[in-house]
Design a protein around this ligand. Structure first.
Ligand code: TRP
Length: 328
């Protein structure tokens, strides 16, 4: 029997880790591009809660963060009628394919992943941290995904998924579609407001330069008011010499989807950035409040997402098992 790989698949998959404390960088760099491109073709938005177990974690927090991410995605405009919203832990085929792919991935190629080296500092390192990119490959290969929007930091993992798929197909027969990484269009790189030379990130122990998506308006205003600037005294987009001001201009451009006007003072710029961020966040915050008040509804959307994608997942696993010589 010949393998049935959907040759015309245009499905796009975006995966996001439920880290909790989502911030403006997550919205402008990942979530909004996903929302804006969702009607370009079939789409899957995936909460990578299995990936959240690769580092020391608090079970209660993972559960809360997964539902929070689901609510934020919906609040930001993910349309569950069109985009399947799933959690990788809820679809057992992710784990099954993960193991099967471990049988074609090599130790050396996963051990040299930059993110593994960075995250496996001191203390006990979970084996799952090593195999993390193989699970990510499973997430992707399970659904004949054509396009995976990835930022800089996930490039190497996506390349590994392609390597694994290609090797598998060559050794065991055509089984997987080889996915393509795409730069998310309109993805803004938001820097930390207190340390504008580093990305706004959950992993910064200081929250001083971070705008939480669910921060109340007065906190947003204060964070922007305290944003680090410089003593040049002119508002110019010059990331090298004026990283703070350039970041504020970038945030303004991203929030308003237009080129910022001229500004004569830093205060004037900050006020306009505050208004633009608030205009973007206010409706998301309001929808989030309604959605998070009804976790049963969120769970039913995840269940619908799962029902939608499961047939493809089980067909892929069936095909993979057969190709590897396992009994059916
Ligand atoms: N590793 C990704 C990140 O940290 C999240 C992720 C898990 C993912 N599985 C994926 C992204 C599949 C794209 C496709 O950002």
């Amino acid at each position: 029997m010949t393998a049935t790989i959907a040759p015309t698949s245009t499905t796009r998959l975006t995966g996001l880790q439920p880290t909790g404390g989502l911030h403006l960088g997550n919205l402008l760099g990942g979530i909004r591009p996903l929302v804006e491109s969702q009607y370009d073709g079939p789409a899957i938005a995936m909460i990578a809660d299995l990936h959240a177990l690769t580092m020391e974690h608090d079970p209660a927090k993972v559960r809360v963060a997964s539902l929070e991410l689901a609510a934020v995605l919906l609040a930001a405009g993910v349309d569950p009628e069109h985009t399947a919203l799933i959690a990788n832990s809820q679809i057992p085929e992710h784990s099954e394919l993960h193991y099967l792919l471990e049988c074609v991935a090599n130790y050396g190629e996963v051990a040299r992943m930059i993110q593994f080296k960075e995250k496996s500092g001191s203390g006990p390192v979970r084996l799952s941290l090593l195999t993390y990119p193989v699970l990510m490959a499973a997430d992707i290969l399970l659904y004949d995904i054509a396009f995976v929007p990835v930022g800089e930091d996930q490039n190497q993992h996506l390349e590994l998924a392609r390597t694994i798929a290609t090797r598998f197909n060559a050794r065991y027969g055509p089984t997987f579609r080889v996915p393509e990484g795409v730069r998310p269009e309109n993805a803004a790189r938001v820097m930390d407001l207190a340390e504008p030379t580093r990305k706004m990130s959950k992993s910064n122990p200081s929250a001083a330069g971070r705008i939480g998506l669910l921060d109340p308006p007065e906190v947003v205003r204060r964070t922007i008011a305290r944003a680090v600037t410089d003593n040049v005294g002119e508002v110019r987009d010059d990331p090298e010499n004026q990283p703070g001001i350039s970041n504020l201009l970038g945030i303004l451009a991203a929030c308003t989807d237009s080129r910022p006007r001229e500004f004569t003072s830093y205060g004037e710029l900050k006020r306009e950035v505050t208004d633009a961020v608030e205009a973007l966040l206010a409706p998301i915050r309001a929808r989030y409040a309604a959605l998070s008040a009804d976790p049963g509804h969120l769970r039913s959307i995840l269940a619908e997402g799962k029902a939608k994608v499961r047939p493809t997942a089980s067909e892929t696993v069936r095909r993979t098992r057969a190709a590897l010589g396992l009994l059916d």
